[in-house]
Design a protein around this ligand. Structure first.
Ligand code: ADP
Ligand code: MG
Length: 290
């Protein structure tokens, strides 16, 4: 299932003194099975974009297509189809956990769909397994005593039980400790790789996205200013610096070497190969000392 935005713009509180354009002229095609990261500074429009993609926010100008079907507020059926296929995980989703036990929290959505007991059970088991919550170990646990990372994975499992084909996540790793973050990101990779669920993940922490997402999109003041493979992200350091982005120490090193004439190859390299290439370059540029 693909999602396609064409010249999409969205303005909050249109026609009032508080009018605020959150997205303007966005063109974006997200293919079936992709794992895409969206980044940008606070206020750049990331959450608005997720809410539009999930069918929560409208009307907007421009077009949103689900495969070839155009979605708009005048076509209730198309909007319903979009909402069935796309699951949105809000920021801090654990704040919306309201059942006492893990099993009931995940079963809530499927039960509301009127599914049979065995279908509900199957969905709960599958969602728990995907989010690394062992069924026997967790099903009867009280939600409020889980760790923050476990609560977050539980909240995502509850959305997975609705069987979305696309999962949208707003800052899913924010506020978690290192282990919690790693466990969550591993589950997302598993969902994408093994369950073929498309994932669109927002994070203001683009280094985290570089590690997880093959494709990264950068928003700036409501506009899409970069859409690049994460393996070629280093080629855009110059551009990012101009945009005032803060680089990590290793990115800054690469940036400075590139300014001195180092050619960064876009072919994927291991950290060891990159280190060797850097040392070679320094030797070559200091003749007589190598
Ligand atoms: P991000 O998630 O990147 O921080 P948002 O999508 O939340 O950005 O916001 C984009 C812009 O829209 C910001 O300028 C924000 O102030 C504005 N905005 C967001 N929600 C509302 C709202 N409900 N009413 C008015 N303006 C809003
Ligand atoms: Mg946001």
């Amino acid at each position: 299932m693909s999602l396609h935005l064409e010249k999409l713009s969205f303005t909050y509180q249109l026609g009032t003194p508080f009018e605020r354009t959150a997205l303007s002229g966005l063109n974006l095609f997200i293919n079936d099975g992709e794992f895409v990261g969206i980044t940008g500074e606070s206020g750049s429009g990331k959450s608005t974009l997720l809410e539009i993609l999930s069918g929560l926010l409208f009307p907007f100008s421009g077009k949103l297509r689900l495969d070839t079907e155009i979605i708009n507020s005048g076509r209730r059926k198309s909007l319903e189809r979009l909402r069935q296929k796309v699951g949105l995980v809000f920021q801090f989703p654990e704040e919306q956990i309201f059942e006492k036990q893990v099993y009931d929290e995940i079963a809530f959505g499927p039960r509301n769909l009127g599914l049979s007991h065995s279908e509900v059970d199957e969905r709960v088991r599958e969602a728990m397994a995907s989010m690394g919550l062992g069924f026997e170990n967790y099903r009867l646990r009280r939600c409020h005593i889980l760790s923050s990372g476990e609560k977050r994975r539980l909240a995502i499992a509850a959305i997975l039980a609705m069987k979305p084909q696309v999962l949208l996540l707003d800052e899913p790793a924010v506020g978690l400790d290192y282990e919690g973050r790693q466990a969550l990101l591993q589950c997302l990779s598993y969902l994408n790789r093994e369950k073929r669920i498309s994932i669109i993940m927002v994070s203001h922490h683009y280094q985290q996205l570089l590690a997880s997402c093959p494709r990264i999109i950068l928003l700036d003041k409501g506009q899409l200013i970069l859409d690049a493979a994460s393996s070629s992200w280093l080629e855009y350091l110059d551009f990012l610096m101009q945009k005032g982005w803060k680089l990590t120490a290793s990115q800054e090193l690469v940036y400075r070497l590139m300014q001195k004439g180092w050619e960064f190859s876009s072919s994927p390299r291991s950290p060891e190969e990159t280190a060797r290439a850097v040392v070679d370059f320094i030797r070559r540029s200091r003749p007589g000392r190598g």
